[in-house]
Design a protein around this ligand. Structure first.
Ligand SMILES: Cc1ncc(COP(=O)(O)O)c(C=O)c1O
Length: 456
C-alpha cells in the first residue's frame, strides 16, 4: 500500500509530500485537459445541438471572460463597494444594469446572481419566509428543480402549492388554479418552466392573486431572450413584480443570472431583492461574466428581435416536420410551440432515455424529459428539443426539415447511428459560424489557444 494511502482503492489523504507529482506528470494532465476540451469543441462543431437551455457566446462576450475582471472582487453595488480598485468594474456594471433595464423595459435590474438558480434563491430570500406557501407548477408539468423540496424551495423551507395543469394546451389550467390559490393563499406565485412551450396565463390569474394578496414572480430562465425580443409574453406587464433568469439560454449570454423588476412604487421590494442577491446568496459576483453579459445585452438590443423571431419560427417548423414524419409532438393543435422548445413523446420509439442516447450516438444532442402524465420520474417519456443554438448558427426552416429527416431515419427507419451522424455532420458543415452578434461570421466552436503549446 502506498505511504499515506487509506487503503480504500488507493484513495485517501496522502501524507505531506507523499503524493508529489512525478516529473512531467501534471504537465501531461494539463495537456490532457486541453486535448479533451478541444475534442469536445470539435464534437460540437459537427453535431446538431438541440439542448433547449444552451446557446453560444459571441466573440466580444467571450473575450471578456478571460479579462482581468476574472481575478477581481467587487462586493456591493457600483459606488458602494467593500473593496478598492473597482472604478472600471463600476462603470461596466452600471452599463450592464442600464442595458438590462432598457432591454426588459423595467425600472430595476440586479446582475449579481451568478446563475438562474442563484437568482431564484435571491427572490425566495426576498419574497418568502421559511414555512410560507409559494404557488408553482409541478416538475412533471415542466417546472425547474428550483421548485422542488430538494432544490431552492427546500433550501428556503417554503412549501409548494401546485397549480392545476391542462396537458392538452400544455399550460396552467386557469379555473382549477384559481380554486387552488383561494384554498392555499400563497403570498408569492411563481410562474416559469423548464419545458416551456406556451406563455403562461398570468394576466388571467392576476385578479385572483390580487384578491389573496399574492405577488407574481416569473422565472424566465428559458425564455428571457424571447421576452427581450418582444416575441413571448411580457410578465412584468402582466402581473409579476419580479423576473429572475439565467442569461445563457434564449438570451445568448454568458453563464450567469439576473433579477429584473418594477420597483418604482415599492422601494422596499427593491431593497429586499438587492439584499437577497448580496449578501443573501453571493459575496463576490462573477465580474468577467457580468462584463460579458453587458456585451450580450447590447447585442440583443441590436439583434435580438430578429433572433427571437427566427428561433420560434424554427421551433414551430421542427415540430411540424417531426409531426409530418409520425412523431408524437405535443401541442399539435396549437402549432406545437410558441417558444424555442419542442416536446416529443417517444414511448413508441423506446422512451426518453434510450432515444436521447441514440440521438447522441448519431450526432444529435438533446435531452430526455419528463412529460405530463409520465408515471415514473425515472422513466421520462419524452425528449426536449430546442432551437436557440441552431438558429444562432443561421439555420432556418429548411434545415429543421432536414433535422426531422435525420430523426426519422434513425428512429423509424433503423438507419445506423454512424450513417446518420455522417449526414448530421454534413448538414452542420454549412453552419459553424456565429450570427446575431457583432463580429458575426466568427467560428462558433473555436478553441482559443492562448499559449500556443502544451506545458512541458
Ligand atoms: C426555469 C428554470 N429556472 C432556473 C434554471 C436554473 O438556471 P441555471 O442553470 O442558470 O442555474 C433553469 C435551468 O435550466 C430553468 O430551466
Amino acid at each position: 500500500m502506498p505511504r499515506g494511502s487509506s487503503g480504500k482503492g488507493g484513495v485517501g489523504v496522502p501524507a505531506p509530500g507523499a503524493d508529489a507529482p512525478g516529473p512531467g506528470e501534471m504537465a501531461s494532465v494539463v495537456a490532457r485537459i486541453r486535448a479533451t476540451v478541444r475534442q469536445h469543441s470539435a464534437r460540437f462543431e459537427r453535431s446538431i445541438p438541440l439542448i433547449a437551455s444552451e446557446n453560444l457566446l459571441s466573440p466580444y462576450a467571450k473575450e471578456l471572460l478571460i479579462s482581468d475582471l476574472h481575478s477581481r472582487y467587487a462586493e456591493g453595488l457600483p459606488g458602494d463597494r467593500y473593496y478598492e480598485g473597482n472604478e472600471q468594474v463600476d462603470e461596466v456594471e452600471n452599463l450592464c444594469l442600464g442595458l438590462a433595464r432598457r432591454l426588459f423595459r423595467c425600472s430595476f435590474a440586479d446582475v449579481r446572481p451568478i446563475s438562474g438558480t442563484v437568482a431564484n434563491l435571491a427572490v425566495l430570500k426576498a419574497l418568502a419566509e421559511p414555512g410560507d406557501v409559494v404557488g408553482t407548477s409541478r416538475l412533471a408539468d415542466g417546472a425547474h428543480i428550483s421548485s422542488a423540496a430538494f432544490g431552492a424551495f427546500g433550501l428556503r423551507g417554503v412549501r409548494p402549492a401546485y397549480y392545476a395543469w391542462d396537458p392538452r394546451t400544455m399550460t396552467i389550467d386557469v379555473p382549477g388554479t384559481r380554486e387552488i390559490l383561494r384554498a392555499t393563499r400563497p403570498k408569492t406565485c411563481l410562474f416559469g418552466l423548464s419545458l416551456f412551450l406556451f406563455p403562461l396565463p398570468i394576466d388571467e390569474l392576476r385578479a385572483t392573486m390580487e384578491e389573496i394578496g399574492a405577488r407574481g414572480w416569473y422565472d424566465g430562465a428559458h425564455v428571457l431572450g424571447l421576452i427581450a425580443g418582444g416575441e413571448f409574453q411580457d410578465p412584468l406587464r402582466e402581473g409579476c413584480v419580479v423576473m429572475s433568469g439565467s442569461t445563457h439560454k434564449t438570451l445568448p449570454g454568458p453563464q450567469h443570472g439576473i433579477l429584473l423588476g418594477e420597483t418604482d412604487d415599492d422601494p422596499e421590494l427593491e431593497r429586499k431583492l438587492q439584499a437577497g442577491a448580496f449578501p443573501g446568496v453571493t459575496s463576490n459576483h462573477h465580474l468577467h461574466a457580468m462584463a460579458a453579459l453587458a456585451v450580450s445585452l447590447a447585442e440583443h438590443l441590436q439583434f435580438g428581435r430578429e433572433y427571437a423571431r427566427r428561433t420560434i419560427a424554427n421551433a414551430r417548423a421542427l415540430g411540424q416536420a417531426l409531426h409530418d414524419r409520425g412523431f408524437h409532438v405535443l401541442g399539435a393543435e396549437l402549432g406545437f410551440t410558441r417558444s424555442h422548445t419542442v416536446a416529443v413523446r417517444v414511448d413508441s420509439e423506446g422512451g426518453g432515455a434510450s432515444v436521447a442516447r441514440r440521438l447522441a450516438e448519431a450526432g444529435i444532442i438533446a435531452n430526455k424529459n419528463l412529460l405530463p402524465g409520465d408515471k415514473s420520474p425515472k422513466q421520462p417519456g419524452g425528449v426536449r428539443l430546442g432551437t436557440p443554438e441552431v438558429t444562432r448558427l443561421g439555420m432556418g426552416e429548411a434545415e429543421m426539415v432536414r433535422i426531422a429527416e435525420l430523426f426519422d431515419d434513425l428512429l423509424h427507419r433503423q438507419r445506423s447511428p454512424a450513417e446518420v451522424s455522417d449526414r448530421a455532420a454534413e448538414l452542420k458543415r454549412g453552419f459553424t459560424t456565429l450570427r446575431y452578434c457583432f463580429a458575426a461570421g466568427e467560428a462558433a466552436y473555436r478553441y482559443y489557444d492562448l499559449v500556443g503549446r502544451d506545458p512541458s
